[in-house]
Design a protein around this ligand. Sequence first.
Ligand SMILES: C[S@@+](CC[C@H](N)C(=O)[O-])C[C@H]1O[C@@H](n2cnc3c(N)ncnc32)[C@H](O)[C@@H]1O
Length: 191
Amino acid sequence: MSESKHSHRVCPWWLGYFLATPLRRFLQNPRTILKPWVSEGAMVIEPGPGMGFFTLELARLVGPRGRVVALDIQPKMLSALKRRARRKGLLGRIDVRLVKPESMGLTDIKGRADLVFAFAIVHELPRVEEFFREVYEALKAGGKLFISEPHPRVSEEDFAGTVRLAEAAGFKENARPAIPRSRSVLMARGD
Ligand SMILES: C[S@@+](CC[C@H](N)C(=O)[O-])C[C@H]1O[C@@H](n2cnc3c(N)ncnc32)[C@H](O)[C@@H]1O
């Protein structure tokens, strides 16, 4: 898949409320999905967190010594995420950043992140190759990249194209986690 094949259609902010509903846990349980890959004290980058369906669980799993860097382009997503995190007493573990669509602006994290958790965002990005380059640089050696895309919205062919772009940036495939209504892959920095 070339970058031009992406629709870049960004999920509208009000859909964030549906994505963050507790009912979604019956289909995609954040703890079950995240637990195998997130350790205490870790630094996790979460591009496109929306209103924080996964962010709160990430913050619980990294614990008080860890950090979650949540990057979104929509202020309304981020203000709802902050509200929810504050209510749960987890905001202190989350670095909430408003970013531009073309760049995650991760230069300050260079080589320090343990995991990039990209759930239902890659198909919305205008520059996928640049995204993989940026997150590769932000990860430490052997750091992990988790990509999950909505099924059937993202076809098998397009998902294979996404995996190829990640490989071209230097990532190697590790596993194919089974998550309902999604196509998912766990990759690692190839060094
Ligand atoms: C479909 S939602 C998924 C939200 C969340 N990951 C989840 O699974 O509940 C996609 C999110 O990515 C954000 N997004 C889209 N393009 C982005 C970009 N270039 N940089 C950062 N975030 C972006 C949207 O604003 C939205 O919050």
